[in-house]
Design a binder for this molecule. Structure first.
Ligand code: ADP
Ligand code: TRP
Length: 325
């Protein structure tokens, strides 16, 4: 089984990203050949700061390696180190009906959110993005593509494009299956809504102890006194977050104290902070080590790109032969 996913280099990762996307992908690397890449070409559709892109790309690499991506097993690379993918994207674009892209929600939503002054920001890349994504996937004969629900439509577009090409030029591409992470509960943010970068309610994976503690202490609670028993303790926001980072025993004991009463929200948040801080302690140590050895990180990405390119060259040749190029 070949598993492939792309990760946008778009800033600091949070608990939602980790439990919703990273951890499942890292677990999947045991089950087949994993192809994970940093989608820096994709980031150009919305980010135009070259330094920020370079920094975020490095950050994502450090974050994933520190979180347990095994660069021996998984192939991990920077998308732009396999420029063949843009050639395949062109080829695929010639069998992609405009209507298919016109219907894509993510493009429509982004365009709708822009003010009239910013309409110049709706670039062709943003519109054509699903074709590049199709090229990312079809290039590596991926069978399984783990993504968040927001990417479901892009996977359908990929499958349509693959069928269309195969129909016109003969069997060339493997039809990929999406693996939508419905089983991973949405991680709530400090305000109780879905945790997300755009909502300013995130608990980041990495950061200074003081700042992270402050964020945890800012988690929204109701106004019941510490003495009051809380029969609904399992629904408490801090308990839900604690479940992710603490052992089942610690979570159960904390929940029981809250249920009984006499346990204040300040203490509850302290428990959450300690478990959150400790959970990511080994990650922080590995990340610091990697950050001190950037040559190694660069070598990992380069060797990943080489391995990816070997596969890409074969698929591209197949597509070119099939289409008479
Ligand atoms: P954000 O919403 O912070 O901008 P992205 O859209 O970049 O995050 O998401 C990157 C990955 O993390 C996606 O696969 C997405 O499904 C997952 N993800 C983001 N937020 C959450 C969350 N609160 N709970 C679970 N998974 C999430
Ligand atoms: N579009 C994806 C996102 O925004 C990232 C991505 C790019 C991707 N190419 C991909 C995901 C190929 C899976 C497969 O999250």
């Amino acid at each position: 089984m070949r598993i492939l996913t792309g990760i946008q280099p778009s800033g600091a990762l949070h608990l939602g990203n980790y439990f919703g996307a990273m951890l499942p992908a890292i677990q999947l690397q045991e089950q087949g050949e994993a192809f994970y890449f940093i989608a820096n070409y994709h980031s150009m559709t919305s980010l135009t700061d070259a330094r920020a892109r370079r920094q975020y790309t490095l950050d994502v690499a450090l974050d994933w390696l520190a979180a347990g991506l095994d660069s021996q097993r998984a192939i991990f690379w920077r998308q732009s180190d396999t420029p063949e993918v843009t050639e395949l994207a062109w080829i695929l674009s010639t069998v992609t009906p405009m209507g298919l892209l016109d219907r894509c929600h993510s493009y429509k939503d982004k365009a709708a959110r822009l003010s009239p002054d910013d309409l110049g920001a709706v670039n062709h890349g943003l519109f054509a993005y699903p074709v590049l994504m199709a090229a990312d996937i079809l290039m590596y004969d991926a069978n399984v593509v783990p993504v968040g629900r927001d990417q479901k439509q892009h996977l359908e577009v990929t499958r349509d494009i693959a069928h269309k090409f195969n129909h016109i030029y003969g069997e060339t591409f493997v039809i990929p299956e999406p693996r939508i992470r419905d089983d991973v509960a949405l991680v709530p943010g400090t305000d109780g809504q879905k945790m997300g970068k755009a909502y300013g309610n995130t608990l980041p994976l990495y950061g200074e102890e003081k700042a992270l503690r402050k964020l945890v202490m800012s988690i929204v609670m109701d106004s019941r006194t510490p003495a009051e028993p809380k029969p609904d303790a399992d629904k408490n926001l801090a308990i839900q977050l604690l479940k992710l980072v603490a052992t089942p025993e610690v979570t159960a004991a904390t929940e029981a104290r809250l249920r009984e009463g006499g346990f204040g929200y300040g203490d509850l948040k302290k428990t959450l902070f300690e478990n959150y801080w400790n959970y990511f302690a080994p990650f922080r140590a590995r990340r610091a080590e990697l950050a001190g050895n950037l040559d190694h990180v660069e070598a990992v990405l380069r060797s990943g790109a080489e391995r990816a390119r070997a596969v890409a060259a074969k698929t591209l040749k197949r597509a070119k032969d099939a289409s008479g190029l």
